[in-house]
Every structure is written in C-alpha cells, then in structure tokens.
Design a protein. Structure first.
Length: 411
C-alpha cells in the first residue's frame, strides 16, 4: 500500500477545489503571523537587538515541529518523503542571498512573508516594503543574465543535513531539536538581559512541549526511516500485477518515438555493467549501475514534469530490478525497454552489423552478440532513424503528472 500523503489535491478536488484549499491555508498562515505580532516591523527588527526574540522562537518552533512530524509520518508509512519538495542547494548563491535578505530584514523590518501580512492590514511600512520586493524582483529579472554563471554555481541538488553529516535521519532530528531548545533558552536569557523581560512571564507549558519534542525525536531514532525495500513491499501487490501484465514493458519502437519527440524529455538509464555498456549502448543512454541507482534518485526527482524514464539491461532482469527501485522511490513515468538492448539490436541491426557482431549463445541478461571492438554508441543501431521503421505495438507510456511541486519558496 502506498503512503497516502502528500495528497494529490488536484486529482482529488480538481483545479478550483485545490485553489480553495490553498486559499484557506494561506489565510490561516497569514492570520497566525498577524496574531503573533509579525505584522509589526518594530517587533520583528527588535530580534536583531536581542530585545524581542519572538520571531526566532515562533519560526524555529514551527520548523522543528514540522520536521519531527514529517519524519515520524515517513517512518510509520503515512508520508512519502520523496514527494515532499526540498529546495535544491546552490551553496554560494544561497549564502550571498541569505546575507542580502538578512540586511534587508534589519533595514526594512520585514521578510517577504511578514511584509505581505503588514500590507494586508494596510500598514504603510509593509506596503512600501512589498513595493520594494516587487521592484527587486523586476531588477533581478533584468540583470540575472549578467551573473547567471554564479547564480547556478555550486549546485548540490537535494542536499540535506543527514547527507552532509553522514548520520541517520533520527539522530539528526534529535540534534536539531536539542539545538533549538538551547537557542530558545538562550533567547530568553538575551531578552531578560537586553529587553528587561521577566522570566516568570514565560509560559510554563513550554518545558513540557520541549520534552515532548525530545521524546518524539528519540522515538524517531527507534522507528527509523523506511528503506527502499520497505517502500517496495508497501506497493508490491499492485506493481507486481503491472509487471506480470506487461503494462510497463515498452516496445523499442515506442521508445524510439519518445526519444525523438520534442515535447518529451526521454531519459535512458542503462543499468548494465560498464563492460557491456562500453561494448554497445543506445545514444544518450546514461550508465547507471544498479548499485549506484539509489544515489541518482534525488536527481531524477528534479527532472521536469514531461520526463519519461526508460530503464534497460541486456534482457529485462536488471532493468526490472531498477524499475522496482524507482517505483519504490516514487519516481514517476518509469518504463522498461521490452527485451532490453538485445531486442533493440535485433530490431534495428543491419546486415553489416550482424556480420561484424554475430549472435552468440548467451545466459540470462547477457549480451546476445559478440562485439570484437567496444564502440559504445558509435555502432549503427545506437541511433536509428525513426522515419525508416514502422512497427505494430500497443502503446504503454501514459504521462503521469508529478505529485510533488516543482518549486518551493520561503514565507
């Protein structure tokens, strides 16, 4: 059984129904910011003078609570974390952008989200700040071409703390929770020293809430995160039927059509050994051995919505294993090359190729041709002309819309 979240709202409620949900969530978020005092630029700017640390406490509380709930839901199978948008990391542009935003926050008293809250309540400083944001967006759009190389530099993809630290997700969550609690304690001390606040005014329940977060993080360590095998087992019953009914094994002729379709981005994943790949591979096929496929999952999720993935091996055995991995990791639009590279060669090889590379007796998922020279994609069948062939086949590819958003932002 697949994890039910995140919910595909457009599929469940239609386009306008999903807009209504977004409107309700946006209104609720704005209302919470307003009642928390985040529409007041003086209150927001006071954090930089250590007099009023509400912004840090509220925002960091939201971050750690969401983090704990997300990974707990993922750990028990309620949420598919692969479908949760994580902003890709551009290290140095991100650092520079953060510094610019920080200076703007201090000078203007708002971040983009809180400025909209202030503008919605007709505060003049909020309105002017929003106008400045729009002007900044326009200015950036007109000048980004001059520094686009830096703008796209140091790309790390979907790079998270567990990957950076090389630690299990639960351990990282616990460390972040402990760091947040230390920061909350420190912020209260700063407020007392610089802002003259009385410690007795702080709510007593905050201690119990902090303890609850720590216990939840410890529980997360014990639960752990689902492995690829765990995820496959949840969907195995449905997906095995699809495999047995040959619903995802695509005829070479259909794959060739998509390779030459300007409206589709066809990504060919060759999961064979390096030796077989070097002897022959289809033009533009990426060599991704089965053992390295999990490392490529985040990159595959970053591909545009019109991407179709075709996995291939010599026959279908390794390709089927790769398909299962990609299905378990929620990569959309994945298909198997029917009969593998051997079938491709049988259909598209000419007499000269067959004479130079005669068929041989082979075992399961082994090359069916003898290649005296490793020519890779320089062999004739690597790039057949789609206009010279006409096949009768049942189309299998159905473009599936991504359930995850294709971009994200900061409130």
């Amino acid at each position: 059984m697949m994890a039910p979240f995140p919910l595909p709202l457009t599929e469940l409620l239609g386009q306008w129904g999903s807009y209504i949900v977004y409107l309700i969530i946006g209104f609720g978020f704005g209302y919470v910011l307003e009642v928390a005092g985040f529409g007041n630029s003086k209150k927001l700017a006071a954090q930089f003078y250590f007099k009023e640390m509400t912004v840090l406490k509220v925002m960091f509380s939201a971050i750690v609570v969401a983090m704990v709930l997300i990974f707990l839901a993922s750990g028990v199978g309620l949420l598919d974390y692969n479908l949760v948008w994580v902003n890709p990391t551009y290290l140095w542009p991100g650092i520079v952008g953060g510094l610019i935003m920080g200076v703007g926050f201090i000078v203007g008293g708002f971040c983009p989200g809180t400025s909209l809250v202030a503008a919605a309540t007709l505060k003049l400083d909020g309105i002017f700040f929003v106008l400045g944001v729009f002007f900044g967006i326009f200015l950036f759009g007109e000048t980004v071409g001059g520094f686009s190389e830096f703008w796209n530099a140091s790309y790390l993809g979907r790079y998270t703390l567990p990957e950076w630290l090389g630690l299990p997700t639960g351990t990282v969550v616990l460390l972040v929770v402990l760091m947040a609690l230390f920061m909350f304690w420190g912020s209260e001390k700063l407020e007392q020293y610089f802002g003259g606040k009385d410690a007795a005014d702080e709510p007593k329940w905050r201690i119990a809430a902090g303890g609850g977060l720590v216990l939840a993080a410890v529980g997360l360590i014990l639960i752990g995160q689902p492995t690829t095998l765990d995820r496959w087992n949840r969907i195995a019953d449905d997906k095995t039927v699809v495999l047995e009914e040959r619903g995802v094994q695509v005829h070479p002729g259909e794959m060739l059509e998509y390779m030459n379709d300007p409206n589709i981005k066809a990504v060919l994943l060759d999961v064979r050994s390096e030796a077989d790949y070097n002897q022959f591979h289809i033009l533009d096929a990426q060599h991704v051995p089965l053992t390295e496929l999990p490392e490529q999952i985040p990159l595959l999720h970053m591909e545009p919505a019109n991407t179709v993935f075709f996995v291939m091996s010599n026959d279908e055995t390794a390709a089927t294993a790769a398909w299962k991995t990609l299905q378990a990791e929620s990569v959309p639009n994945v298909y198997i090359l029917e009969g593998g590279v051997n079938n491709w060669l049988t259909l598209f090889a000419n007499d000269d190729f067959m004479a130079a590379n005669p068929p041989i007796t082979h075992g399961d998922d082994e090359l069916a041709f003898a290649f005296p020279v490793a020519l890779g994609a320089r062999q004739f069948p690597a790039e057949p002309d789609p206009h010279k062939y006409e096949f009768a086949f049942i189309p299998k590819v159905v473009l599936e819309l991504k359930r995850a958003p294709t971009s994200g932002g900061c409130g």
